[in-house]
Design a binder for this molecule. Structure first.
Ligand SMILES: [Zn+2]
Length: 251
């Protein structure tokens, strides 16, 4: 019978599972619960293919094990080896911006021969849960939030501006600036629509105010979209809206 597990090199499988475990990181904005869940899952996979003997063998070479006189305690150290390793990894791969002070504390305590590091994933999860995030991270979060809010506001402003209509000062029609008006050479300046008594702006965006208003960019973009190729080229060549307008008027 066909068995797909027999077609794969078992060492490749083992390596694959280990690599997956060792490349897990708590990603940006990933909450602790999701991070722990995916981490646990991969620990189970590794335990299944690797077993725990390798870790048990490993701890017998540590100072803690060798210095321990009590045989039952020695056995406990061996039994807990795999769990301790994975608890260590869970902390190591957690978001450094949130937990760096916690990580440093454990290192310091260990160096002082007072190892306080939780020895199971669930105990480590509790510690991470209880940890007040590092101040710098909270600051970063605040900044990020503000940035997002600012971006959203800008987008909204741009949108509302787009919806407003530009009315040409020259011919009085909506939808283009006077610089783009097909009539601008035919209608003498003193007879432009804005010089007539009945000229009314339909929107807040006014033809000639675009360079100074805060809305400049959006409005100019609106204008750009309506420019013909010639005007566009002038624009691209570095002439501003105002310069173009000024030149045309002086001719
Ligand atoms: Zn016009």
């Amino acid at each position: 019978m066909y068995d797909p597990s027999k077609t794969k090199n078992p060492f490749a499988m083992l390596t694959n599972q280990l690599e997956r475990l060792l490349s897990i990181r708590q990603t940006d904005d990933e909450n602790l619960k999701d991070y722990v869940k995916k981490f646990k899952q991969q620990c189970d996979n590794v335990r299944e293919v690797l077993g725990t003997k390798l870790l048990e063998e490993f701890v017998t070479k540590t100072a803690e094990y060798m210095d321990e006189a009590d045989n039952s305690k020695k056995d406990k150290i061996k039994e807990g080896a795999f769990n301790r390793w994975t608890a260590f990894l869970l902390l190591k791969y957690s978001d450094t911006r949130k937990y760096s002070s916690l990580k440093k504390n454990f290192q310091t305590q260990f160096a002082l021969k007072n190892d306080q590091m939780p020895r199971t994933i669930s105990a480590m999860t509790d510690v991470l849960q209880a940890h007040a995030w590092d101040a710098t991270y909270n600051e970063t979060l605040k900044q990020k939030k503000k940035q997002k809010e600012d971006e959203r506001k800008k987008e909204e402003e741009a949108k509302s501006l787009e919806q407003k209509t530009v009315k040409c000062f020259c011919c009085g029609k909506e939808g283009h600036f006077s610089t783009d008006c097909p009539m601008k050479d035919k209608i003498p300046a003193d007879q432009w629509a804005n010089k007539q008594g009945n000229f009314e702006q339909t929107g807040k965006v006014e033809d000639q105010q675009t360079e100074t208003s805060g809305a400049t960019k959006c409005v100019q973009w609106n204008g750009l979209q309506r420019m013909n190729i010639g005007t566009m080229t002038e624009y691209m060549n570095g002439k501003t809206h105002a310069q173009t307008k000024g030149e045309k008027h002086s001719i």
